[in-house]
Design a protein around this ligand. Sequence first.
Ligand SMILES: Nc1ncnc2c1ncn2[C@@H]1O[C@H](COP(=O)(O)OP(=O)(O)O)[C@@H](O)[C@H]1O
Ligand SMILES: [Mg+2]
Length: 346
Amino acid sequence: MNIVVLAGGISTEREISIVSGTQVCKALRSKGHRAILIDVFCGDGRIDQDIEGTFSEEYDVDQAAAYARSFDGKLEELKKRGSFFGPNVIALCQKADTVFMALHGANGEDGKIQAVFELLGIPYTGSSYLGSALAMDKDLTKQLFRENGVPTPRGIVLRKGNPVLSPSENGVGLPCVVKPSRGGSSVGVSIPRSDTAYYKAVEMAFSYEDVLIVEQYISGREFSCGIVDGEAYPVIEIAPLQGFYDYTNKYKAGSTVETCPAKISEELSKKIQKASLDAYHTLHLNSYGRIDVMMDAQENVYCLEANTLPGMTPTSLLPQEAAVLGMDFPALCEKLIEVSLRDNMS
Ligand SMILES: Nc1ncnc2c1ncn2[C@@H]1O[C@H](COP(=O)(O)OP(=O)(O)O)[C@@H](O)[C@H]1O
Ligand SMILES: [Mg+2]
């Protein structure tokens, strides 16, 4: 197939997305697909005439990634042009048989590009615009979880400009978790244990966004569970050596022990898988996704959030779960395309 792997963009997860995109593009090429890596925001201004010819057998993925990264310092300047999509991006996506979404965060994982592609008739991987938009918003996610009986930590919403009540008055207490409502990769997330730390955490999170979640801290073990095509994959346990699963622990090799299948009873594993499936359906997700889960000492399970475009390097969580099922990374990439194309048709 001719495939555009879309990566980059302007979210706080731009860099991670280029890493995911590079790996996905290489994996798809190893399966014989003519996949090309394109930065959704920076595009490829070097292609002018023969767009079809760009899906060639000879292609250097690392060079394409380097080209995307060459724009890193120029994003603010480029934003002035107004339109989000970079040169040739839409034309290339229209020429491709499908678009693999290797984007993370705002303008990629939040449903906007999905909505554009639906209107343009461009097939793409992952959830539709509605599920993507719901899952991106942790406030709406938690409201839907609560209304549909999906267990989630108690929490409140803070809006910039409104008074910030102290932890003893806000109904959540300490320690708690402060996070931007529409963030990802733990950017802006902190776990304050004192009033002073709480106000600092709120200020820091407001530097990213105007809406925050303040959530009950769940002390215990952390898990994640991928869902592909309506099937819950083996549960993976995430145990950072220090602190919580913050940005560094997510992306610095060796900083977190990830165990799949998680060393828990069959019963507990089923409980996490069921909560994850419920979370997935509640948010109207389709094709695939990954649910983050905490478990307390009493083995109560809490869904934190859904990732509609989870990390996709060979060592990312979902690929590790697929490996337990005997599916290697290139096979998983192909499977995600296959289930998404089928969902797109229906
Ligand atoms: N209520 C909570 N209790 C304990 N830890 C939490 C809680 N919420 C978030 N965390 C920690 O913060 C990390 C990031 O939070 P999450 O809600 O998954 O947002 P993100 O979209 O940034 O991944 C989690 O993986 C977990 O380690
Ligand atoms: Mg998360």
